[in-house]
Design a protein around this ligand. Structure first.
Ligand SMILES: Cc1ncc(COP(=O)(O)O)c(C=O)c1O
Length: 432
């Protein structure tokens, strides 16, 4: 602990304020510290341990791959890399409308931010256009470009970041930026995107990037919004990029959040041209990110050099973890489990909301819940909520809070009685 405080630079905090126990082990939805204190993980750490801690099949796959071959560069083939790419493409196509294949290839990165960076490069190359439309209340990663796309307080630090970013207002019904109410608003927030595109000149816009379920900024969007974005992009040959880094792999009760949105006029989910993954891709057992691109986008690189690279792109150990993770989601029925357990969890959360006036809104889907307090300090922290998270930890429950938002995003493998107990602790700690 003393060395951790003395030598490590910790993320998103003043170093003088950092203090936490040293964690030495974990199993499923639980982890424990060096003193044997156990914590129920209601945030899946950084919303990434979708499979829980130390998933045995993933750990075994990493061990087996480490015994065979830890690393080989992109200049060579690697069996787990090829298998994972094939599995992602197959999976993506199996959730396409009427199962007609759309997706073609996968580009591997080390994390979510790098996936964002490369998706932007790809979109600009393929379209020959520069501008990227991104939303307020969004987060796409902490590297220079990804952060300058991110429309929250964190993104403001890089005002000299990526050029040609066009910002639009978010779909955010609880405090609608247009002062309207869903559904009578007829989705003014989507019309606004179309308006901004028209003002900017559609022929200058390469892509719209959005989180189908906006993660760290509070999981909000009416169901019809995503298909409307697809429609708007199609009208102008603009690529639609879904950032599924946090919302993918069962988090929203579907493989990807874009499937859990409303349907297109033709009656199927609106497929993005590119979608980004990380976190749940290996359940965070090893860092790995990826971009799955449509066959149409991939085809561009048949005749054009892909002018980018990463030493660890498609790292065999990480890909072996990814293959095992995808198998685990499938074989253990975890995507369906997230939908079912999530339905129960939302009933429980709405019941909690009924006797706490401090709660303004409960929203989300699957095992991805955001509780927004009626007191609005966004993006500044709400002091009592920060204290609540600290007290919850003393009671053995770990939750994520950000400004006036409290997130409940447990591993998909959490036992229902454990989740029930964790929520009852939060219920008791919330002010009346
Ligand atoms: C939606 C979204 N995109 C991108 C990222 C960045 O991912 P990473 O932290 O792996 O770089 C995050 C991280 O929380 C995220 O939530």
């Amino acid at each position: 602990m003393a060395d951790e405080q003395r030598y490590v630079l910790h993320t998103w905090t003043k170093q003088s304020e950092w203090s936490a126990p040293t964690i030495i082990g974990g199993d499923g939805a639980w982890f424990w510290d060096e003193h044997g204190r156990r914590y129920l993980d209601l945030s899946s750490q950084a919303e990434c341990c979708n499979l829980g801690h130390q998933h045995p099949a993933v750990v075994r796959a990493i061990q087996a791959q480490a015994g065979r071959l830890c690393y080989i560069s992109n200049a060579w083939g690697a069996q787990p890399r090829a298998e994972l790419a094939q599995r992602i493409v197959r999976l993506a196509n199996s959730v396409c409308p009427a199962q007609s294949p759309i997706y073609g290839r996968v580009f591997f990165t080390c994390d979510g931010a790098e996936a964002t960076e490369h998706a932007i490069k790809i979109a600009r190359w393929v379209t020959g256009r520069r501008k990227i439309v991104a939303r307020y209340r969004s987060y796409h990663g902490a590297t220079h470009g990804a952060l300058s796309l991110s429309g929250d307080a964190r993104g403001r630090q890089v005002s000299d970041g990526l050029r040609d970013v066009v910002r639009v207002l978010p779909p955010y019904c609880y405090r609608c930026p247009f002062g309207l109410r869903y559904p009578t608003c007829t989705l003014r927030c989507a019309d606004h995107v179309a308006d901004v595109i028209a003002y900017e000149g559609p022929q200058t816009i390469a892509a719209v990037i959005a989180e189908p379920a906006a993660g760290t900024n509070g999981i909000a969007a009416p169901p019809e919004y995503w298909p409307r974005l697809r429609q708007i992009c199609d009208q102008h040959n603009i690529l639609l990029i879904a950032d599924e880094v946090m919302s993918g792999f069962g988090r929203c009760g579907a493989w990807f959040a874009w499937q859990a949105q409303g349907l297109t006029e033709a009656g199927h989910p609106a497929c993005p041209d590119l979608f980004l993954m990380a976190k749940g891709l290996t359940g965070a057992h090893i860092p790995l990110g990826a971009i799955c691109v449509s066959e149409r986008v991939a085809a561009y690189f048949d005749a054009h050099t892909l002018e980018t690279g990463l030493t660890y792109s498609g790292h065999p150990l990480a890909c072996a973890a990814g293959v095992a993770a995808l198998r685990a989601y499938e074989e253990e029925g975890l995507i369906e489990r997230a939908a079912q357990l999530g339905a129960w969890m939302f009933e429980r959360l709405h019941a909690i909301q009924r006797h706490h006036a401090c709660i303004g809104d409960v929203r989300g889907m699957g095992l991805f819940a955001c509780i927004e307090m009626s007191e609005n300090t966004f993006p500044e922290p709400l002091p009592w909520l920060k204290r609540l998270a600290r007290t919850a930890l003393q009671h053995g429950v770990s939750v994520a809070v950000r400004s006036n938002l409290l997130f409940i995003c447990p591993p998909l493998v959490i036992e229902q009685p454990d989740l029930d107990w964790g929520l009852s602790v939060i219920d008791k700690l919330l002010p009346a």
